[in-house]
Design a protein around this ligand. Structure first.
Ligand code: PMP
Length: 362
């Protein structure tokens, strides 16, 4: 990507943006890649079969603009109606549409500091003022502060549950409290990592017309490369998202994505088995990291957030990289001494632990 930081042709908006810095995706063989929370396994074989079939039959035709079959499959899995499901090209796109549809208002949008850094980028891009509420000393979201502030008037609230990059989950009563604090504003719960032991707020949708739940197939379905995410809520909110999408960006999911995503949602056995495997690996890795002296936050996600009391996090990340192990370090206040490590396969986690042992002994 170009490193150019400005050009006279850029609009003031483009020149003023501070974009999201995506995790590195290097083209290096034999890398132990634990930096962007991808799934360590290949997706369900049923996904590959469905994509192959879709590729053989019909690429010359436009895809279904409504993603009818995929939305039907997602609705069935979550006990909802198809009109309660919106799909997009990754949950990042779904989030962008939600920011446009619900949060452009005179009051500020509320979200915690720290959280997924894309929220700040979307807010800035769409001219939405953001008010960030600090997490507590244990890096937990301060629900009391967030609910009290929301009740005073806001454009809406966004929380990631489990939060990123900490991995800490919120219990459902905390989400319900936010929903009650601002009943005339949308509370967006980003559940990108919920399938690894978190509690989904989908159970609250019936009772709360202001709840929008966003999920992705990038993590627990091992489909980061296919780009499919979705939102769930009452039909009125979902219709708002469709209105923005059809005005602002009318590209539906492509045929391969629709077919592959449907097959993934319908393969419940693969999903349950693989989520269990990631969670078991996470528990094993947590113990090993603690044995090496790391503090490990309790994670309900497919990553752990760790710090070593005696070692600089940035230097540790660089030393791991020199040993072909990639983890994520954020140059961000409050979390500069922490590393986020994705849960890889058992072999990848063993390679990580071995590399850390060598670094810490050296
Ligand atoms: N939300 C959170 C909290 C994330 O960490 C990510 C992945 N970086 C996303 C949303 C976006 O995921 P995707 O666009 O792949 O669905």
């Amino acid at each position: 990507m170009s490193t150019l930081t400005s050009s006279p042709f850029w609009s003031p908006l483009a020149a003023g943006l501070s974009p999201y810095e995506p995790g590195e995706q290097p083209h290096i063989a034999d890398l132990v890649k634990l930096n962007t929370n991808e799934h360590p396994a290949a997706p369900s074989p049923r996904v590959v079969a469905a994509i192959t079939e879709a590729a053989r039959d019909g690429l010359q035709r436009y895809p279904d603009p409504e993603s009818t079959r995929l939305r039907g499959a997602i609705a069935r899995r979550h006990g909802l109606k198809p009109e309660q499901v919106f799909v997009g090209n990754g949950s990042d796109e779904v989030l962008g549409h939600a920011f446009l549809a619900f949060f452009q208002r005179p009051q500020p949008l509320l979200f915690p500091d720290v959280t997924y850094s894309f929220y700040r980028v979307w807010a800035q891009l769409h001219g939405i003022a953001a008010e960030l509420l600090p997490v507590d000393d244990g890096l937990r979201i301060d629900i009391d502060a967030l609910a009290q502030r929301a009740a005073q008037g806001c454009a809406g609230v966004v929380v990631a549950n489990p939060n990123a990059p900490t991995g800490i989950g919120l219990p459902l009563p905390a989400i319900a409290r936010l929903l009650r604090a601002c009943p005339d504003r949308v509370v967006l719960v980003d559940e990108a990592y919920v399938d690894f032991g978190g509690e989904s707020a989908t159970a609250l949708i019936d009772a709360h017309p202001n709840l929008l739940v966003v999920q992705t197939l990038s993590k627990s379905r091992a489909l980061a490369g296919l780009r499919v995410g979705f939102a769930l809520g009452q039909a009125g909110l979902i219709a708002g998202l469709a209105r923005v999408k059809n005005s602002f960006n009318s590209y539906p999911l492509d045929r391969l994505a629709q077919a592959g995503a449907q097959a993934a949602i319908e393969d419940e056995d693969w999903f349950a088995r693989q989520c269990r495997e990631v969670m078991n690996t996470r528990e094993g890795l947590t113990l090993q990291l603690e044995d090496l002296g790391f503090q490990v936050l309790p994670s309900q996600a497919n990553f752990v957030f760790v710090r070593h009391p005696a070692r600089d996090a940035r230097e540790l990340a660089a030393a791991l990289r020199a040993r072909a192990v990639l983890v994520r370090h954020f140059r961000q206040p409050r979390i500069e001494q922490w590393l986020r490590i994705s849960i890889g396969s058992r072999a990848q986690c063993a390679a990580l632990v071995e590399a850390l042992q060598a670094i810490l002994e050296g």
